[in-house]
Design a protein around this ligand. Structure first.
Ligand SMILES: CC(C)(COP(=O)(O)OP(=O)(O)OC[C@H]1O[C@@H](n2cnc3c(N)ncnc32)[C@H](O)[C@@H]1OP(=O)(O)O)[C@@H](O)C(=O)NCCC(=O)NCCS
Length: 173
């Protein structure tokens, strides 16, 4: 029973989880979603995932266990982000982008020790339908062209594209 007496020195703080989730999406009770974020249709956020503030998650997005996504990111439709991926702030992930977490996938013998981490630093943009092979770091403000397969680290402020993606020139922004 609540029988705590209030006086002028007592402060009550009510924490409201203030984000929008479309009713067709599934968000684990063990995921953390920041204020002002939106989760649109048919998306699935797994347990332990941590999504920052003002993050826009489009339709049919899969965010695996323990994935970290920083504030102000935009995750477009049909993106898959698997365990082992950590994404910074102000990151744009274009439609259909797929991250991976296992370099030698096979039908049997999966265990989480096989996971190879991938890091996406602040301000990165990833073009539509790119595949990010695990174990790389996309450094600050780099831009990955549409349809790329990224197999190596990309330096800060560079534009890279192709299969395999290579750094072509400086990013304007
Ligand atoms: C990578 C990108 C930024 C390059 O733009 P750019 O610097 O203006 O490059 P250009 O259009 O001048 O193209 C230069 C050359 O690279 C090629 N090229 C451009 N983008 C490419 C890509 N993603 N993959 C392979 N080749 C590409 C062009 O065909 C051109 O080849 P050429 O020299 O043989 O003619 C842009 O093409 C891109 O992919 N942007 C991402 C778009 C996207 O996915 N948006 C998501 C939101 S919808």
């Amino acid at each position: 029973m609540f029988n705590y007496k209030l006086n002028k020195f007592t402060k009550i703080v009510i924490v409201v989880n203030n984000y929008f989730k479309h009713s067709s999406s599934i968000v684990s009770e063990k995921a953390t979603i920041g204020d002002g974020s939106n989760i649109w249709h048919f998306s699935h956020i797994r347990e332990g995932a941590s999504i920052g503030k003002n993050v826009n998650i489009g339709q049919n997005v899969y965010i695996d266990k323990d994935v970290v996504i920083g504030d102000n990111c935009k995750i477009q439709n049909n993106v898959s982000i698997y365990k082992g991926v950590a994404i910074g702030q102000n990151v744009f992930v274009g439609p259909g982008v797929t991250f991976t977490n296992d370099l030698y996938p096979e039908i049997y013998g999966w265990n989480e020790e096989k996971i190879i981490p991938t890091f996406v630093k602040d301000g990165v943009s990833i073009g539509a339908n790119s595949t990010i092979v695990c174990g790389v770091t996309l450094n600050e403000n780099c831009l990955i062209g549409a349809g790329s397969v990224v197999t190596k680290d990309i330096k800060s402020n560079m534009i890279a594209f192709g299969n395999p993606a290579v750094e072509i020139k400086k990013n304007k922004s």
